[in-house]
Design a binder for this molecule. Structure first.
Ligand SMILES: Nc1ncnc2c1ncn2[C@@H]1O[C@H](COP(=O)(O)OP(=O)(O)OP(=O)(O)O)[C@@H](O)[C@H]1O
Ligand code: SF4
Ligand SMILES: [Mg+2]
Length: 305
């Protein structure tokens, strides 16, 4: 099977202010390659600041890569024009912020159809409401008249209304109560069964466990490990994955106390392995270089292998 989306040796530098007039490159992603297959959920997990949203933004063309390329069905995503936004859509963490509060649910759902010049909207809107398990009576409500879970269903409805092939979901359950999280995860799983692919971004490894087919672990902008859910969770190879699995339960950065945040905000070195300052298994050359390898079909970046 051919990949739906390929990320090829992508690096992303943000220009950040350093001193009065100087600017410096901050590398949010470094030489990252992965692919997303049709009808799969690829979970992307890592701590706050690891580069997860940056990867999502590159796939959505909200940011441009500094190096490397992204291909959709073998074609450069920047060569695909507006058509690309039909095939790839997004669900953000907080539907309160991502849904226009002045619009009714019906208008929110219709908007992408109007943008793409689709005339027969009524049936499509009804079909999507059914898919996301919302009664049609909600169509005349505004987002503030819905619960958090219902709002996220509307956001998912809008994301699928053009029948995209890939949906970038950036922490779509992080702002919801646990019981509602479960409902949204099962909705996403049911959409996967219908053939949609997801890049599912989360800081919580327990969430990727519930939902992913494969898992990509990112730290300091580097893809540390990628493999099937079973491989990565049951036999983690990279010390950073082992660390993530050992630091359960994971709290959302918003809920962490100040001291906890200070504790986890480690310096990320510019070269070598980003996990080097914290790694209990580090070797001498880890501060200088990082080996990337494929072992039995799974990807691993670590000098131990
Ligand atoms: N526009 C920007 N300009 C400068 N630096 C940025 C910009 N956007 C992100 N960064 C930095 O790039 C790094 C990766 O950010 P990103 O938002 O991708 O992380 P994340 O893994 O999504 O984190 P979180 O879990 O907190 O959402 C962070 O250090 C962040 O401060
Ligand atoms: S490359 Fe070295 S520092 Fe990095 S995870 Fe592997 S052993 Fe640890
Ligand atoms: Mg993020």
């Amino acid at each position: 099977m051919k990949p739906l989306l390929e990320v090829n040796s992508v690096s992303k530098a943000y220009r950040i202010k350093k001193g009065f007039l100087r600017k410096e490159n901050f590398w949010a992603l470094r030489d990252l390659s992965l692919s997303i297959m049709p009808a799969e959920i690829l979970g992307v997990v890592g701590e706050s600041g690891s580069g997860k949203s940056t990867l999502g933004k590159l796939i959505l063309r909200l940011e441009r890569p500094t190096e490397g390329s992204l291909l959709f069905k073998g074609r450069d995503i920047y060569g695909l024009g507006k058509e690309y936004t039909r095939h790839v859509s997004v669900v953000f963490q907080d539907p309160r912020a991502s849904l226009n509060p002045r619009m009714k649910v019906r208008e929110i759902l219709e908007e992408p159809l109007i943008v793409h010049g689709i005339r027969e909207r009524e049936d499509k809107v009804k079909e999507v409401m059914k898919l996301v398990n919302l009664s049609e009576e909600f169509l005349e409500r505004k987002p503030e008249q819905l619960s958090g879970g219902q709002r996220q269903r509307v956001a998912i409805g809008r994301a699928i209304i053009l029948n995209p092939e890939l949906i970038v979901a950036d922490e779509p359950t992080a702002s919801l109560d646990v019981a509602i999280q479960e409902q949204i995860l099962s909705l996403i799983l049911s959409l996967k069964e219908r053939g949609y692919s997801f890049l599912f971004i989360t800081h919580d490894i327990r969430v990727v466990e519930k939902i992913s087919d494969r898992i990509a672990v990112i730290y300091g902008g580097v893809l540390m490990e990628l493999g099937s859910k079973e491989e990565v969770l049951k036999e983690p190879m990279n010390p950073y994955t082992k660390f993530l699995l050992g630091s359960l339960p994971v709290k959302h950065p918003r809920d962490r106390k100040r001291e906890e945040l200070q504790e986890i905000e480690y310096h990320i070195p510019e070269k070598g392995c980003p996990f080097y300052p914290r790694c209990p298994e580090r070797l001498q050359d880890c501060s200088e270089s990082l080996r990337r390898k494929e072992i039995d079909g799974r990807f691993i970046a670590c000098n131990l292998y």
